[in-house]
Ligand binder design. Structure first.
Ligand code: SF4
Ligand code: SF4
Ligand code: SF4
Length: 311
């Protein structure tokens, strides 16, 4: 009998669950050591009993609970609270769960206005915001640790399958997982030539300058090239053999692993990083977009309620 694991997804796109499957061959070893007792993405499980006659959400007890997605409505909250009660160790998987993720962008408007925008501006059809049957929305999008105690966070959008396997194996073996603790820059082999010759950053639409026939360590750091690379303020974790995922594709880091420190603020940290590189931070067109993956914890708020200093 292996270690029991329960997995749940809240406002998740299922990319985190695909990352679990993407553990690849090592998944065969992992599955030999654990028993999934609950994982709706793979196994049919009715919350209120197989006949639907239960009165409370039923999730079996487990040693390890893994939850992806953040909390945006009353059903998410209820499921999360049951997971917390039923699981000894609770892991927040993916940046939605750890920092709000992309759905946390709704916090720029507040939930009601944000959902209304989504339904009325993304189509030419006359769409109504659904009001019946769907669970009641909360006032904003929350990360898991704003609602319950979380024992371990594993950010990433999606998280790195290798690190998911490491966390599960560490829990099975009763040791602390070995996780990268620094920033994306620390795993980046690009060439730093020194700051000073770039005074502003350009929009993401601009391409990096590099020679496609030369390796990544021959390309100049993208921030030094004047591209808004969030490597300095983003947690490490995505790196493969030849460097961070996006940088190895010659594209700036967009910040998808969330802040380096769990309670960091990628917008303020990036302003500091730009200033310390001699770059005018007012050249960033939309500073709040730096929180595109980490808008929970009250960091992204509707414009009317934000202080003038944040604009
Ligand atoms: S963190 Fe990314 S991959 Fe995971 S549920 Fe959120 S959007 Fe999907
Ligand atoms: S700023 Fe970007 S390109 Fe430069 S070292 Fe950091 S991650 Fe690499
Ligand atoms: S380079 Fe940045 S945006 Fe790209 S995968 Fe890594 S953390 Fe995410």
């Amino acid at each position: 009998m292996g270690v029991s694991v329960a997995e749940e997804w809240l406002h998740s796109c299922s990319g985190c669950e695909i990352a679990i499957l993407n553990i690849g061959e090592a998944l065969i070893d992992v599955l030999g050591l654990i028993d999934f007792v609950h994982i709706p993405v793979l196994m049919d499980h009715k919350y209120y009993g197989q006949l639907g006659d239960g009165k409370e959400i039923e999730i079996p007890e487990a040693v390890v609970g893994i939850v992806s997605g953040g909390v945006a409505n009353e059903e998410h909250l209820e499921v999360l609270e049951v997971m917390r009660r039923q699981c000894k160790i609770l892991i927040a998987l993916g940046t939605c769960a750890t920092h709000g993720g992309i759905p946390g962008l709704l916090n720029s408007w507040g939930m009601e206005k944000g959902v209304e925008n989504a339904y009325t501006t993304s189509t030419t059809d006359d769409c109504q915001v659904p009001a019946d049957i769907v669970p009641k929305q909360l006032d904003r999008v929350y990360a898991l640790d704003e609602k319950v105690k979380v024992d371990l966070i594993l950010p990433g959008c999606p998280p790195n399958p290798r690190l998911i396997a490491e966390v599960i194996m560490a829990l099975v073996e009763g040791r602390d997982p070995v996780l990268p603790g620094k920033s994306v820059c620390d795993a980046c082999p690009t060439k730093r030539q020194g700051k000073g010759d770039v005074k502003s950053v350009s929009r993401f639409l601009h391409n990096a300058k590099y020679d496609p026939d030369k390796p990544l360590n021959e390309m100049r750091c993208l921030l030094e090239q004047g591209l808004l690379c969030m490597g300095p303020v983003t947690a490490a974790g995505c790196a493969r053999e030849n460097g961070p995922s996006c940088i190895s594709a010659r594209v700036p880091c967009r910040g998808c692993f969330g802040p380096v420190r769990k309670d960091g603020n990628q917008m303020l940290d990036m302003m500091n990083a730009l200033a310390s590189n001699g770059i005018d931070f007012t050249s960033v067109v939309d500073r709040r977009s730096l929180l595109r993956f980490s808008g929970a914890h009250g960091l992204l708020r509707p414009v009317a309620t934000r202080k003038a200093t944040e604009e």
